[in-house]
Design a binder for this molecule. Structure first.
Ligand code: CTP
Length: 408
């Protein structure tokens, strides 16, 4: 792999119809060998020139083709396809797709994504010279550039249609260079560069026997979003996560664990760190004497008695470390009553600097939901934050952490 600035970047490549689509296959390879993740959308026209199978094999990812496919949409909606990408690349960009983009049409998956995205877009036109020179295409080009999209090419040369002139799609390596260029320009400030962060997320599973366990309903959404937000600000993040269905956040080292004991061990291994954010819903208790064999009914009709022992408190352990305590230890307090008062008490008891407190009572929809209404409790006081998506809470918290370190 060629290490460089594409390592860990996610590129969404839209391949539209045109003979140059074969060059998109090479582009996928070039991007992959530079460490980028590539997801591809193939338009109906594009699929006339390259097969979904080659695109999937080279990108090592599913190929997305249909706006109304239940399967594609349930696995990965068009909004998520764009949200999880660092940038969009349209190569080749046919005259038809350019016209749709310029007009804001959204009648297939590719054009819908292009209308819905807020990510940088690079497009590589490829078409017959006369189509390229047509005033309509030139008008569309001007509109797209005016809208802030960036074009590369087309180059001059022999065209597949036998004519000579402008219309040849830029070579894959030229497109790679333009992508790198745009990612440098789009790179956000990295105020947490050089800082190490440990984030816990998700539930823990506490085994009863080899097949049964105690668990809780934590989805891991908030913790994963915080890990991703810290990484976007340049932090070197280890995410210690209990079993969950969230995708691994980009640019984060993920350490999967099951039990609270394993979570603590993984956090201790990840030390030293500047920042610890404990967002996991750690089980307070585990079963004493987990059996090696599956518990069986003994015929008496009496259920087994499960004795519980208290789990280690990861937040309190990190918060009370004498040597090597992370400079900023942040905990969460999921409460159902007296939210702020309980959280203030928890901040002191667990030796942490900040507590993000939220109401998880019945009807709040926080557990497993996408939104969160939190209060940030520090030694200085309480801030009430408005209801936001969990992603927005994560960005706001990461921003506050960056400000804290910037203030020294
Ligand atoms: N926490 C932890 N390890 C545990 C229990 C909790 O690290 N064994 C962390 C959570 O990740 C969270 C914070 O402690 O950051 C608060 O968790 P919460 O369940 O609200 O607190 P409890 O310790 O269970 O307190 P209480 O029983 O009073 O609600």
């Amino acid at each position: 792999m060629v290490n460089g600035m594409l390592t860990g970047k996610q590129i969404l490549l839209i391949i539209s119809g045109g003979i140059a689509a074969y060059k998109a296959l090479d582009l996928i390879r070039r991007l992959k060998e530079r460490g980028a993740g590539v997801r591809c959308v193939l338009t109906a026209g594009g699929a006339q020139f390259v097969t979904p199978l080659s695109v999937a094999a080279l990108s090592e990812n599913a190929v997305f083709q249909d706006l109304f496919s239940l399967k594609d949409e349930s696995e990965m909606g068009h909004i998520r396809l764009s949200r999880e990408a660092d940038m969009l690349v349209v190569a080749p960009a046919s005259a038809d797709l350019m016209a749709k983009m310029a007009a804001g049409l959204a009648d297939d998956l590719a054009s819908t994504i292009l209308l819905a995205t807020d990510k940088p877009v690079l497009f590589a036109p490829a078409m017959n010279t006369r189509m390229w020179e047509h005033p309509a295409t030139q008008r569309n080009l001007a509109t797209l550039l005016d809208d802030g999209l960036r074009a590369i090419g087309p180059g001059q040369g022999d065209l597949a249609c036998g004519e000579v002139g402008a219309g040849r799609m830029s070579e894959p390596m030229e497109i790679v260079a333009a992508i790198e260029d745009m990612l440098i320009a789009a790179a956000p400030a990295a105020p947490l560069k050089g800082r190490r962060a440990i984030v816990t997320s998700g539930p823990t599973y506490e085994a009863i026997d080899p097949v049964r366990f105690l668990a809780n309903r934590s989805s891991g959404k908030q913790g994963h979003a915080i890990a991703a937000a810290l990484a976007r600000l340049g932090a070197d993040v280890v995410l210690v996560a209990g079993p969950n269905n969230q995708p691994d956040p980009t640019g984060v080292t993920v350490q999967g664990i099951e039990s609270a004991t394993q979570m603590l061990a993984a956090c201790e291994t990840a030390l030293p760190a500047d920042i610890a954010v404990c967002a996991a819903a750690v089980a307070d208790w585990r079963v004493a004497g987990e059996t090696e064999q599956k518990l069986k009914k003994d015929g008496s009709g009496r259920p087994p008695v499960l004795a519980l022992v208290e789990n280690p408190d990861i937040l309190a352990t990190l918060g009370h470390l004498n040597a090597g305590r992370p400079r900023l230890v942040v905990g969460f307090a999921a409460e159902t009553e007296k939210v702020v008062a309980h959280a203030q008490d928890k901040r002191v008891r667990k030796g942490c600097d900040w507590i993000v407190a939220n109401d998880v009572g019945a009807g709040t929809g926080v557990m497993g939901g996408d939104e969160n209404t939190v209060h940030l409790i520090t030694a200085q006081g309480v801030e009430d934050w408005p209801t936001m998506s969990k992603d927005a809470v994560a960005d706001a918290l990461a921003g506050r952490i960056a400000d804290h370190f910037a203030a020294g």
